[in-house]
Design a protein around this ligand. Structure first.
Ligand code: PHE
Length: 375
């Protein structure tokens, strides 16, 4: 009898031990671009996600289990993003993926997650079509039509612009979508798009397009692309004698590399973004402090959004009560009122949130808060 109870007690101990101490960590995949054309985006995203990982584990993890993020670098290339999704799903066997960063990469990775029924949440990809891929694809940032609308309104009302030129990347869904929504909104407000010029990824000489734009002398030049291309364009534009036009753009400008690349040419430009480092939301203040302490750099919008995406996934796993792709998918779909750095997050039936945008100005080489706009 005694022996039996001792054996029973021992067996129980082993079981309990396995459940708590030996509990397997929760694997979370992260697809980001830590090298390549949009490396500053990916590094900010990785930094913020690893900061969250540290914090959540210090809080005791999720469902009593520690969290481990598996980072895959997509180099800003859609084909690498697709391979990263395959690897995370088939080899690492993650139940959920955060990423990718740029819309062009997420549009390549998300169909793989969708086909394998593994939920994927992009914290940063704004192109409309991303979440249309299917019910396993979620996002926690605003959509591009908002950026087109906010900046068209800003150009007309604040900058008093009546004419605009656009220069955009026809090989990028992100850039194309933004050109389309700006044009629509600017014209709806009575403005006129007097030149619409294009290029493809990898081009670095924009003199032909800019010469045409110079001829029509627009009030504003709409540049919906990432910082590395925008920096080249604004530099060449001023060199070619485009003096009057105010440069306006989008979240893709948000990089500590923009001003070093563009030099003075970008000074005075405006762009829409997801967050300002001047935010006084308590969540933002705490995040900015923790991030700055950890990385000795002020977090940009990418960092803030990545952290927010992690919070949404954390909330979903807690509500799911188990680490299972189907359960996490259902929980993500009912995300409601998650207090985050860039706002309060609730996902709608199309798996997108509704959020405010901010307008920032490049002033003295820094990004200065101008205004907030609600949709
Ligand atoms: N919205 C961009 C995209 O979809 C990514 C991005 C987000 C860039 C936030 C800068 C800041 O490609």
């Amino acid at each position: 009898m005694l022996r039996r109870s001792i054996i029973l007690a021992l067996a129980l101990l082993v079981l309990v031990g396995a459940a708590s101490y030996g509990a397997e960590e929760i694997k979370i995949g992260l697809i980001t671009s830590t090298t390549g054309d949009t490396a500053t985006f990916g590094i900010s995203v990785r930094n913020a996600a690893l900061l969250w990982e540290k914090q959540v584990n210090a809080r005791g993890g999720i469902l009593g289990r520690q969290v481990k993020i598996y980072v895959e670098d997509d180099k800003g290339m859609p084909s690498d993003a697709a391979n990263a999704a395959l690897k995370l799903i088939n080899q690492t066997k993650v139940p959920v993926i955060i990423g990718a960063v740029t819309s062009n990469c997420t549009l390549a990775a998300a169909p793989i997650a969708q086909a394998n029924k593994v939920p994927i949440l992009t914290p940063t990809s704004t192109n409309v079509t991303v979440t249309q891929i299917g019910k396993y694809v979620f996002r926690s940032c605003f959509l591009d039509p908002l950026q087109g609308q906010v900046m068209a309104r800003f150009a007309v009302s604040t900058l008093k612009a009546s004419t605009a030129a656009m220069l955009y990347d026809v090989s990028s869904d992100y850039s194309m979508g933004l050109a389309e929504s700006f044009k629509k909104q600017f014209e709806a407000l009575g403005g006129k798009v007097v030149a619409s010029e294009t290029y493809s990824r990898g081009e670095s000489d924009f003199s032909a397009q800019l010469t045409k734009i110079k001829r029509v002398d627009p009030d504003v030049l709409w540049l919906p692309d990432y910082y590395n291309t925008v920096g080249l364009i604004t530099r060449q534009a001023r060199q070619l004698g485009i003096k009057k036009a105010t440069f306006i753009g989008v979240d893709g400008w948000d990089s500590s590399d923009l001003v070093p690349l563009a030099g003075d040419s970008i000074e005075g430009g405006y762009f829409s973004n997801h967050y300002s480092a001047e935010s006084t939301r308590p969540m933002a203040v705490a995040f900015i402090k923790a991030y700055t302490d950890a990385y000795k750099a002020t977090p940009d919008a990418l960092a803030a959004l990545a952290y927010d995406g992690c919070l949404v996934v954390e909330d979903a796993i807690r509500r799911a009560g188990k680490v299972d792709s189907e359960a996490i998918t259902s929980a993500l779909a009912t995300t409601k009122n998650v207090e985050a750095v860039s706002g309060v997050l609730t996902l709608d039936a199309d798996r997108n949130p509704i959020k405010d945008a901010v307008v920032l100005q490049v002033k003295g080489g820094k990004f200065v808060y101008v205004t907030s706009v609600s949709p």
